[in-house]
Design a protein around this ligand. Sequence first.
Ligand SMILES: [Zn+2]
Length: 775
Amino acid sequence: MRLKPLLLLFATALSAAVPTPKDHFGHDMGADRFVLDWDKVVSYFRAVEKESPRVRVQELGKTAEGRPLIAAFIAAPDTIQNLNRYIEIQKKLADPRLTPLAELEPLIAKGKSIVLITCSIHSTELASTQTAVEFAWRLATEDKPHFRAILENTILILVPSLNPDGVDIVTQWYRKTLGTPFEATSPPQLYHKYVGHDNNRDWYILSQPETRLVVGKLHNVWHPQIVYDVHQQQANGSRIMAPPWLDPIEPNVDAILVQEMNMVGMGIAADLTAAGKTGVSVHAAYDFWEPSRHYQSFHAGLRILTESASARLASPITIRREELRENMLGYNARERSWNHIEPWPGGRWTLRDIVDYQLIAMESCLYQAATRRDDLLRNFFKVGQRQIARKTPYAFYIPAKQADPGAAAKLIDTLAAGQVEVEIEADNSHTIRMSQPYSGYAKALLERQVYPDSRLYPGGPPQKPYDVTAHTLPMLMGVDVRTLSRPFSLAGVVAAVNEHPGRLCASDTDSWREVTKAWKINGAIWRDPLTGDFAVTSQGQNWKQIKRPRIGLYKSFMPIMDEGWTRWLLEQFGFEYTSVGNLEIQSGELRQHFDALIFPDQNASSIESGFAPGAMPPEYTGGVGAKGAAALKEFASAGGTLIFLNHSTDYAIEQLGIKAKNVVQGNPDFYSPGSLLRVHLDRTHPLCHGLPDDIPIWSEGSPAWDTDEKTVARYPDAAILASGWLLGESVIAKRSALVDAKIGAGHVILFGMRPQYRAQSYLTFKLFFNALLYQ
Ligand SMILES: [Zn+2]
């Protein structure tokens, strides 16, 4: 931990030239009503890099909208000059097969704790980008003992925003509404081009450029021991929340990591309290289940996350004690308890307060990484040893013959992008042996989830999972994957997938194109990947050419993540579409322009009436209204296809008069919080082309119907749960999950599922695509 005196002198002399945040931005970080422009954030980090030998900036690539995504490496100058040396050390520590035990302690002695801090993935949680600016400046210019320890013993990889596009979207909206009645409202658009707030649900499927870049160029290269993701929560809970997490903990996360996360989280809480900060909660709000939110904890890294209380974007607020929530999950925000030991008394709360808390939390996280460096590195190695020693199962096996080879290739690519070693056998089948460093990651994504029956109290209502409960890729993708319990002998491994240059490319799209080719609309012809034939449009015909459908996708003023995911899917698979707003729908004559209109997963009132008058500037209020409903009926009557996904189906029933009763609505016994459920398909129906008789579908409290209309998918009478968690199975037993209703010459398709779930459900993509082509 001793900093060489000469270097210290050198760094101090140079620090005077590093511009302060105020010099660069014209404001101190956290000033009331001050928001950032992304280009100025990038130019600030570049200016610091220019003047400080402790900082190096890397552009990882471009965001969905083309902005630079950057990371700043911060460490002692001699570390910064030799970053490649530390990449090599990390590589050896990450894979114990590469490292004879005799080399371990010398490696640890030479190594650094790698800490990745990622800010403002959620763009309305805007403080942490300002915190990152100030923290980088302080680390570059101050020489206090804690910072010396940090600079000498760690490499900080600081990502000032995981979503730069959103920084500008929120900043521009905030400035537009500043001083109006709408100051500090959320923008009426997704703050990520495709996925909005769901950008922290992408961390195994890696569908978006930001996720691919950060995993491909930081996680997979640097193997960080700690990844700290900085978030904000509501205004009326604790002031900041840190780990430990609530149960359940995904069974494939190594116990060493869980213990260390609890330790570092409690260390952050202790340091905040010692610094005089009140309202610190731990063991609250979040479980530790879904890998979609935390790549690192399946790659031997600690998942640290804090949630700070929000102000109103950059506008200050005042909260009285009695406005603090009593029923936060795990604690009462007004009362003292072991996990919320010193409540915040209420008062004024500002952006600067959030920045102050986050600065302490970042320093605490890094100081712990510095002082416990040896143990962190040794345990990191041990986690790898324990993964390699996994005996059960022996392997997963993916036969060469698959119903959907494109989906199988995508599944293999997904695993390979997560550094899972996949071997190609001589017969072109694939094997994933468990004796490898990330076997737990592969196992989590390939096995069936058994979510524990979690209750708020014994016999009480279910404790809501923070996200969803199932992530079984073979079921989502419709890929035949088998579990092998013991060693076996095949004709012989010919190559590892990971050595294929086109595959280990989490950051490029070439492999994507390869995978999706089979499902693309090729000119005006639809290719069935099951048969290799061209589109089958009705029973009994082998194939016929069909017209490229003219597709409209409903886009309300309310930002709907499922709308973004749907756009993404259509683009990836080569469907052309037009976004259709309230005015376009109301103007009528829809049939002249469209063959199919899609309504993404959103509630009926958001379609019918949108933002209420007074909630947003007038140009963003309202929905399709009565005029829109009449136009939609006319569209269907004239032969158009209306496609309603998941909860938007309520709109079709309420406003278009489709005769179906949603048996789930208002039924407290039914609970499917992101689960895979089995249905039986009517394979004589055109929507089912390319699919087997029985499939799992994605249900998130999804509707199920009693209806006399044509049922295309139906729940069986028992054994409905395929993966995840389900309560109240009998409520949906034998009910319809996919309905084809008629209006005049057209169809209204009700999907009681999310068939295009978060870029993952390749199996039911087919149902959705078939619906687009249904005429
Ligand atoms: Zn967040």
